[in-house]
Design a protein around this ligand. Structure first.
Ligand SMILES: NC(=O)c1ccc[n+]([C@@H]2O[C@H](COP(=O)([O-])OP(=O)(O)OC[C@H]3O[C@@H](n4cnc5c(N)ncnc54)[C@H](O)[C@@H]3O)[C@@H](O)[C@H]2O)c1
Length: 396
């Protein structure tokens, strides 16, 4: 048995996602469990170097988690052949330039979503990585949530019969920052800094819909900025230039209709921050982040519209929980383990920069639909189609 150390540049590791999900819950958790075992008995041990702007923050983070490598010089880290993976969880607008450089340096690429704020740039990254022959992957964490894994189990078992519709409700109240601090970074509400609900969340909805229910064929979207002014981390008021809610309908292959409401200006009156209801001819399900409940055709009550009497049904009691039947690990960690095996042992990994580009594409088309107040079809994205030297994508 050999232990293979894998040097990973972690850029943006001092941020919300970088510290909590990627460093603590993934890389440190993998190191603490003794690495990632391969089929031949060898072990992959991730060895991170923490990268950012602020030396004090990096040093404190490194010391707190007993990590001996940190740097404020990303170029030096890229020049070191020991580091074979470049990971990026910086704010979205910084990602493209950083990844271009890392590909040029021959590093394998793993990064947060969205990979860019335009389809053109997202696709460019996918193409550059493919041309350079480096392995690449994008975080698609929602696929590994226990609730969504249970939904996938139901889909794979044929539980729904013919799937008819999907209703997704996402969001919660994000405080404006005046009398209570906002619980998300202020750049999220400034378009010029890469913010916006559509750019942020359609990157998720694309892979959730594509992977669970059917490929997205068409989009109709209305974006809105409900809260026009917020207060930033320094207590300064700023204008919200990005959408903070999106009300969208998607047509999926197979004629499935998905309605997706996403809002940071909604108070939660549902069982979870994200709920997904699927209705099919044979049965229905509602999934949250961890739980999933079902109602089969044979258990479906027969309500009759009659407001003159007290409601005789307790609708929420008419559903049955889907059991865990397995241990669910952190979704970010599972995907890191799969990516490390992809890099070190050439195992398959489905969530490439091209899949990431599809998320950005859906966001772009959602914004276009909103601007033009019409349905927009989603062309199939493919790599390497050139027209006048430009990367283009074509509808098939
Ligand atoms: N997968 C998910 O569920 C999920 C959830 C939230 C955010 N995200 C994505 O993760 C990324 C980071 O989001 P976050 O919420 O952690 O943001 P954040 O603001 O907490 O962190 C951003 C990081 O980028 C760094 N950074 C910002 N400006 C910089 C600059 N000028 N130079 C160098 N570094 C700079 C910051 O120091 C920090 O390390 C975003 O792309 C976001 O879309 C993904």
């Amino acid at each position: 048995m050999t232990v293979k150390q894998v040097g990973i540049i972690m850029n943006g590791v001092t941020g919300r996602m970088g510290t909590r999900q990627h460093l603590i819950r993934s890389i440190i958790a993998i190191r603490e469990q003794g690495g990632v075992p391969l089929a031949n008995g060898d072990i992959i041990m991730p060895d991170p170097i923490l990268v950012g702007r602020d030396a004090n923050k990096l040093q404190a983070l490194a010391e707190k988690h007993k990590i001996d490598r940190w740097s404020t010089n990303v170029d030096e880290c890229l020049a070191d052949p020991y580091n074979i993976i470049y990971f990026d969880s910086q704010t979205t607008v910084r990602r493209v330039e950083a990844i271009r450089k890392a590909i040029k340096a021959g590093k394998h690429i793993y990064c947060e979503k969205p990979t860019a704020t335009s389809t053109k740039e997202s696709l460019e990254l996918a193409e550059l990585a493919t041309q350079a022959g480096v392995k690449n992957g994008v975080v698609q964490d929602k696929l590994f949530l226990p609730g969504l894994l249970k939904l996938k189990r139901l889909v794979d078992s044929g539980f729904f019969g013919e799937m008819l519709s999907v209703r997704m409700e996402f969001g919660y109240w994000v405080f404006e920052g005046d009398w209570q601090e906002g619980q998300r970074p202020s750049w999220n509400y400034r378009k010029e800094d890469g913010g916006g609900m559509i750019v942020d969340m359609f990157a998720h909805w694309r892979y959730v819909l594509d992977n669970l229910f059917g490929h997205v064929k068409s989009v109709s979207c209305l974006g809105v900025t409900h809260i026009p002014q917020r207060i930033d981390e320094k207590g300064t008021p700023y204008a919200c230039t990005a959408d903070d809610a999106a009300y969208a309908t998607f047509e999926l292959e197979g004629g499935i209709i998905a309605q997706v409401n996403s809002s940071w200006a909604v108070r939660v009156n549902r069982e979870d921050l994200l709920t997904i209801q699927v209705d099919g001819t044979e049965g229905s399900a509602v999934a949250g982040l961890r739980d999933c409940k079902v109602q089969h055709r044979v258990n479906t009550p027969k309500p009759v519209w009659n407001p003159d009497i007290e409601n005789p049904f307790n609708f929420s009691e008419q559903w049955v929980n889907v059991p865990d039947n397995q241990i669910f690990d952190n979704g970010f960690k599972i995907q890191w383990e799969l990516f490390l095996k992809h890099v070190a042992a050439d195992e398959p990994f489905a969530w490439s920069l091209l899949e990431g580009a599809k998320g950005t594409q859906l966001a772009d088309l959602g914004i276009q639909s909103w601007a033009e107040r019409r349905w927009i079809d989603v062309p199939e994205l493919s790599l390497g189609v050139k027209q006048d030297g430009e990367t283009v994508y074509t509808a098939k």
